[in-house]
Design a protein around this ligand. Structure first.
Ligand code: SDX
Length: 428
């Protein structure tokens, strides 16, 4: 007997079906609530509201579990690579050797961007934020590939746009980085795999092919895998709702990039380093800054701490924290802010304020320290988050279209003036 939920409203009682996910998550399906009762629900920030059913990523915030298509993030970070995980997220299964070779080959042949796009790169002020550039440049791809605007595309047509989006993102990201230094851009080379090509375009030499450090390849694969998807977070929900208007993939991804930019979301990885630098400049008194984070009259928040879903350790933060020590040692980098981060974590995790609110380090708390050790400037960190999240955004956009979901259009409770007559100027 399937479970139902009863809602009693004034004199009436309504039954609503309860749906159960494959991990036994329960939801009350209220899709008929307004038709039956005239009532809607209100859940500011969607803290208790599911927007969709999805088969891509599973999170358990209490247990600190994260799985992509059923595979744990720990195993994927250890055993897989980014391009294989991108295939898994987008197409639902781990690829065979031939599938991943074809996928990589397809991507390699689309890594060039239209030469006219270089005018856009040159048009940005030299120190404009890389996220603003990325959002604009990704949206502009729809101008160079107008076939992406076609409605009712075939699966093959959609897949072509997916391949182009994946391929050109790494070129755009590396060129934004090079332009920020006034350096000439480096063109992609088909002989490299996805991550090696990104590192070639970012840290390589224009005149000769330098050996790409396998340590960098390994840690970039790990970081991109760890950021690849995270179910219905702010930016992914943005991609889905923009895509639900039948908007093209490039513009939908551009909207996700804008949502990710916010310091409460992906922009936190930049904000964490800026916070750690501020604490270091201030003398490194972590107790003082923890007190500030707890003080309701102080706008300071401990960036990189807390999460809407994880009420335990963010499993990604655990892996990145360990990678931090390994990579900095291998690269011979000694970053004083790492010690400050570890002290903050130690103090916070013993403090009632954080314990009661179940505030733990999230994916952004340590990631910036690694990005900095790799040589990226702080304002590039969120762009690197977007590079990692791209296959997740694509997979979620594709799932939304395949499920033929309706255009997203939430309701509201109106709290403004009731009807009133226009007042002539002289009477105001
Ligand atoms: C990402 O959703 C995802 O999956 C996102 C993400 C992904 O992969 O897509 O995981 C990536 O965005 C990670 C989060 C990055 N953001 C930050 O690190 C910014 C700092 N953290 C927060 O601002 C906050 O924790 C959020 C935004 C992450 C979550 O906010 P919620 O769920 O809306 O919780 P809240 O703001 O209502 O906080 C609950 C309580 C409040 O105190 P009380 O009113 O109960 O007294 O906890 C406090 C908050 O003041 N609190 C913090 C805090 N985070 C929450 N207090 C101090 N420092 C913090 N960082």
């Amino acid at each position: 007997m399937s479970e139902t939920a009863q809602i009693k409203l004034s004199e009436n009682t309504y039954d609503f079906p309860v749906i159960t996910g494959t991990e036994n998550e329960k939801a009350v399906d209220i899709s008929k609530l307004r038709d039956l009762s005239g009532y809607i629900t209100l859940d500011t920030g969607y803290k208790n509201t599911g927007a969709t059913k999805s088969a891509i990523t599973f999170l358990d915030g209490e247990k600190g579990i994260l799985r992509y298509r059923g595979y744990s993030i720990e195993q994927l970070a250890e055993k897989s690579n980014f391009i294989e995980v991108a295939f898994l997220l987008i197409y639902g299964e781990l690829p065979t050797e031939k599938q991943v070779a074809d996928f990589q080959n397809e991507i390699s042949h689309h890594t060039l961007v239209h030469e006219d796009m270089k005018k856009f790169f040159d048009g940005f002020p030299s120190h404009s934020h890389p996220m603003g550039q990325l959002g604009s440049l990704v949206c502009s791809l729809s101008a160079f590939y107008p076939e992406s605007l076609k409605l009712n595309q075939t699966e093959a047509e959609i897949n072509q746009t997916i391949i182009k989006m994946l391929a050109k993102m790494s070129t755009i990201v590396s060129w934004i980085y090079k332009k920020s230094f006034g350096h000439p851009v480096i063109y992609p080379k088909n002989k490299y795999d996805y991550v090696s090509n990104f590192l070639h375009m970012t840290f390589g030499q224009r005149t000769e092919d330098v050996e790409i450090d396998p340590v960098l390849v390994d840690v970039m694969n790990k970081l991109l895998i760890l950021h690849a998807d995270h179910e219905q977070n702010c930016s992914t929900s943005t991609v889905r709702i923009v895509g639900s208007s039948d908007c093209n993939l490039y513009a939908s991804i551009s909207a996700g990039i804008s949502a990710l930019w916010g310091p409460l979301h992906g922009g936190a990885n930049q904000a964490v380093i800026e916070m750690l630098e501020q604490i270091k400049e201030d003398g490194g008194d972590t107790q003082k800054w923890i007190a500030k984070a707890k003080d309701k009259n102080d706008p300071f928040r401990l960036m990189g701490f807390g999460h809407r879903v994880y009420k335990n350790f963010d499993p990604r933060a655990k892996i990145i924290k360990k990678a931090c020590d390994d990579v900095l040692e291998k690269l011979g980098v000694n970053d004083p802010v790492l010690e400050i981060a570890k002290q903050l974590e130690e103090v916070a995790l013993k403090d009632d304020y954080f314990v009661q609110r179940k505030l733990y380090p999230n994916v952004d708390f340590y990631s910036g320290i690694i990005y900095r050790a790799l040589g990226f400037p702080t304002d590039m960190f969120t762009v690197l988050f977007a590079l990692g999240r791209l296959p997740g955004w694509i997979a979620q956009w594709k799932e939304m279209k395949e499920n033929k979901e309706p255009i997203g259009r939430p309701r509201q409770v109106y709290t403004g003036y009731t009807e009133r007559d226009y007042v002539e100027m002289q009477a105001r």
